[in-house]
Design a protein around this ligand. Structure first.
Ligand SMILES: [Zn+2]
Length: 378
């Protein structure tokens, strides 16, 4: 797929003089994407992998070397005839990324990560119940402090926020924060000298699963099971946000007409059956049957996800949440429900698993967001 795209760009070069800068950017991203989380490659390998000419590859590699984004990693292994060619690798510490996770309510988490998503520094600050503008001030202060702290130049700031977030980083609605049409990206941009990108927390987590998870998975859902339940959906390698930026909002799908009243005011939403506070409350009741509680929760989630998996042809469903809740019976029952409720041809190959970095997946998502927007690695 990558090489087809490159061919199209190479082919269009002669036909139009429009946007040479754009072509340069796309080809640069193509090289970066090919080197990202991959073994070192020679210039000839890169030309083969991308469909670009050797001359183009050399020119782009020279530019990237000058910028420090790639480096020579020694001669290629023996076994080839002639002069060994030099191997090129991405330098994951060429830039660092500042990333924030606002989804924990009681605290704000922040980290500095390298381009491979490795944590260089992490911190958290209590929100002390702050809401509205006061909370935004705390968010801006944390972003600014982390950018200042970084000893490596910062590529950008990435933020995962609860609520409905549009393409411009405006939080349309985050009820618990009392944020309505709040331009969070602009507020942070005013205090840091680098680009700022903001996404819904589940969408950020989905980007993390796509960018830093198993390579080559283009169709996946990442489901966050926390205070509420939300998901991020990636189809054909692209995050699906929908017309109103609410795609993946599955938490208030009705699963039990006679169920408990939900915080949204309706009765029997998925959240009251399967979100963490409700599960923990039930587990703490005298005579609680953990097996039964977790089975019911996993089953409800599986039933809500089945049409999503079937309609979109997903390859992977990743659950992210506290392992003691989502790790065992919950996961198995989600898996079983999906297998039971759709044709085998749809669900046979679908991998349903728990996120590898569940604890900091939103922070990792903030990094994935910046790496995608600033370097075109997605
Ligand atoms: Zn609800």
């Amino acid at each position: 797929m990558a090489s087809k795209k490159a061919d199209a760009i190479v082919a269009s070069r002669g036909a139009t003089k429009a946007l040479p800068e754009h072509t340069r950017q796309v080809n640069r991203s193509l090289i970066l994407r090919t080197l990202f989380r991959s073994e070192a490659k020679s210039r000839a390998d890169l030309a083969r992998a991308t469909g670009l000419t050797r001359v183009s590859v050399s020119r782009i590699v020279d530019d990237l070397t000058a910028e420090g984004l790639v480096r020579e990693s020694g001669p290629s292994p023996e076994g080839r005839v002639g002069k060994p060619s030099t191997l090129i690798a991405l330098n994951p510490d060429a830039y660092h990324v500042v990333t924030l996770d606002l989804s924990a309510y009681a605290e704000l988490s922040g980290a500095i990560m390298n381009l491979d998503g490795e944590v260089v520094h992490s911190t958290s600050v209590p929100t002390d119940g702050a809401r509205g503008a006061a909370l935004l001030t705390k968010v801006c202060a944390l972003a600014s402090a982390l950018v200042k702290r970084s000893t490596v130049r910062v590529l950008g700031v990435g933020v995962g926020s609860p609520g409905v977030v549009n393409d411009d980083g405006v939080v349309r609605e985050a009820v618990a924060f009392e944020w309505h049409d709040l331009d969070v990206a602009a507020a942070i941009s005013a205090v840091v000298p680098v680009p700022v990108h903001v996404a819904n927390d589940a969408n950020a987590a989905a980007l993390a699963a796509r960018t830093y998870g198993q390579p080559g998975v283009d169709n996946l859902a990442l489901v966050r099971i926390g205070q509420g339940i939300g998901s991020g959906v990636i189809v054909g390698g692209t995050l699906v946000t929908g017309d109103r930026f609410t795609a993946g909002e599955i938490g208030h799908v009705l699963v039990d007409e006679s169920g408990e009243v939900c915080r949204c005011g309706r009765r029997g939403c998925l959240e009251v059956v399967a979100a963490v506070p409700y599960i923990r409350k039930r587990l703490a009741e005298p005579g609680a049957q953990p097996q039964e509680i977790l089975t019911r929760a996993g089953h409800a989630l599986g039933r809500v996800l089945t049409p999503v998996v079937a309609a979109l042809g997903l390859e992977q469903v990743v659950l992210s949440g506290p392992l003691d809740v989502v790790g065992g019976v919950f996961l198995e029952e989600t898996r079983a429900a999906i297998a039971r409720e759709a044709l085998a041809i749809i669900t046979d190959d679908v991998e349903i698993r728990v996120a590898v970095r569940g604890d900091d997946i939103v922070l990792l998502g903030g990094t994935a967001l910046v790496v995608a927007e600033e370097l075109g690695i997605r």
